[in-house]
Design a protein around this ligand. Structure first.
Ligand code: GAP
Length: 452
């Protein structure tokens, strides 16, 4: 089961501390969200799962973490200064602004007027000032995609590791786009995170690798708890491809607002390494920052057999972290009928994604012995290092269970008077709601086994 509407998810996210509108107390800013105490754990767990599968569990991928502020020349060379825009129209009646390609029947969604301006390109990149003087010339862009710094660091990475083609570079980080109409909660926002892999291959083997990464990425989303029948592959028609792409396949997911892109897997050919390889002196005049910073670096590798340099092709699986969070939350959301009139909302998250791995609940919140023993149990489980263990020292047990069902905590451990006497605790399973009594010695084994 999934959420019936986006509103159900938005409400749960606010109620249980997953996601808040940013700048909420001042009325909020459209397209910006903050991750709360549960949200940050879920998001970090998803990113860790990606990093583990990309970097730790393979032997052909390195990781980097590059600066967000980007030199204008990088985004000139990448084609973003010239082409990274959406068609903008103004409504002449109510003065609102819209993306022309998202209008229904060419009508203003606000006042339904058809008196609109002609569409004009609106560049989505945010600019900021570099240095203490705001004179307009020393600016930088907030990167609109994370991958450009993988390309500009290509030679650094080759020189500092023993990598040869094929190999990849992975990065997770913030990207910024001045979306004209941010919407659908965290689906389309102005500040978001991407998990991007640039996998460099020999030209001619690119189609094979494109297929390999498409299959790999589909399987990965399934391993994060997304049902196969909610995912689809969409081949982007050639006239809709991004300027850098020879072929792109999108992984589409049935979000609460409709089927949309979760991740794109593009064959970027040698477009980016090729663009950054050219002598770029003429462009450096556009920015003070880069006057002495022209690139003459050749981003190529040697073909050992033919003793010739060539620019590798690159396959790029690029996933949105926020869209991933929305998808796993939606998949995990379940409203379950209990006995009689009762029902519960439960998040059936995969345990590795759960924000809290286990809650330790002292049954008597004011009994020092029970509370101290609960604290010891929490610390012992915490030391195992599988994620956050929470001491739940307020509210009654029923409320505690309800809260932990709604945030997806797989195990609740209750400590009571019996525990003081016979060193046993009650363990409650989130999914089955079954409770059983186990000894403290067994608890560590039970917990470790559960997560492995
Ligand atoms: N480097 C390639 C690239 O950036 P993209 O299709 O524009 O390609 C990749 O973006 C992923 O980033 C998308 O599949 C989506 O998950 C996420 N994404 C893009 N724009 C977004 C936005 N405004 N809000 C949230 N996520 C976004």
């Amino acid at each position: 089961m999934t959420a019936k509407t986006m509103d159900e998810l938005v409400s749960l996210c606010k109620r249980r501390g997953f996601i808040f509108q940013s700048n909420d107390i001042y009325g909020g800013i459209k397209g910006l969200y903050d991750y709360g105490p549960m949200g940050v754990e879920l998001k970090n767990n998803l990113k860790q799962a990606w990093w583990k599968s990309m970097v730790y569990e393979r032997d052909d991928i390195e990781g980097i973490d590059a600066a967000i502020l980007s030199a204008p020349i990088v985004l000139k060379q990448s084609g973003h200064e010239d082409t990274f825009s959406d068609p903008l129209v103004d409504c002449k009646s109510c003065k609102s602004r819209w993306r022309a390609d998202q209008l229904i029947d060419k009508k203003c969604p606000n006042c339904k007027s058809t008196d609109l301006t002609e569409p004009r390109p609106f560049n989505l990149m945010f600019k900021t000032v570099i240095g203490p003087v705001d004179e307009g010339s020393s600016f930088a862009y907030l990167r609109p995609e994370t991958c450009q710094q993988i390309f500009t660091n290509f030679k650094n990475i080759l020189d500092s590791t023993n990598r040869s083609i094929p190999f990849g570079v992975a990065q997770i980080g913030k990207a910024f786009r001045n979306e004209i109409t941010p919407r659908n909660f965290i689906f389309r926002v102005r500040e978001f995170e991407q998990m991007e892999l640039e996998f460099f291959v020999t030209p001619g083997t690119d189609d094979k690798w494109h297929k390999y990464w498409t299959d790999n990425r589909l399987e990965w989303w399934i391993s994060q708890g997304i049902r196969k029948n909610k995912l689809k592959l969409l081949t982007i028609p050639s006239k809709e491809l991004a300027h850098y792409s020879k072929a792109t396949i999108d992984i589409m997911y049935e979000f609460p607002h409709g089927e949309e892109e979760l991740e794109g897997i593009a064959n970027r050919t040698d477009f980016d390494l090729g663009s950054h390889t050219k002598n770029q002196k003429e462009f450096s005049l556009t920015s003070n920052v880069l006057k002495n910073n022209t690139s003459t670096t050749k981003l190529s590798v040697q073909n050992l057999e033919e003793k010739q340099a060539y620019i590798p092709y690159v396959i790029e699986p690029s996933a949105g972290v926020d869209r991933g969070v929305l998808a796993v939350l939606n998949e995990a959301y379940k409203e379950e009928k209990l006995h009689g009139e009762n029902s519960r909302i439960v998040l059936n998250l995969k345990p590795h994604l759960s924000p809290i791995k286990a809650a330790v609940i002292p049954l008597k919140k004011n009994n020092e012995k029970i509370v101290n023993l609960s604290k010891d149990i929490k610390m012992n489980l915490q030391k195992i290092g599988l994620g956050r263990i929470m001491l739940e020292n307020s509210g009654n047990i029923g409320k505690n269970y309800r809260r932990h069902d709604e945030i997806g905590t797989p195990i609740c451990i209750t400590v009571d008077f019996e525990t003081l006497e016979d060193k046993t605790v009650t363990v409650r399973d989130r999914d089955t709601m079954e409770q059983k009594r186990i000894s403290l010695d067994e608890l560590i084994i039970y917990y470790t086994k559960y997560f492995n």
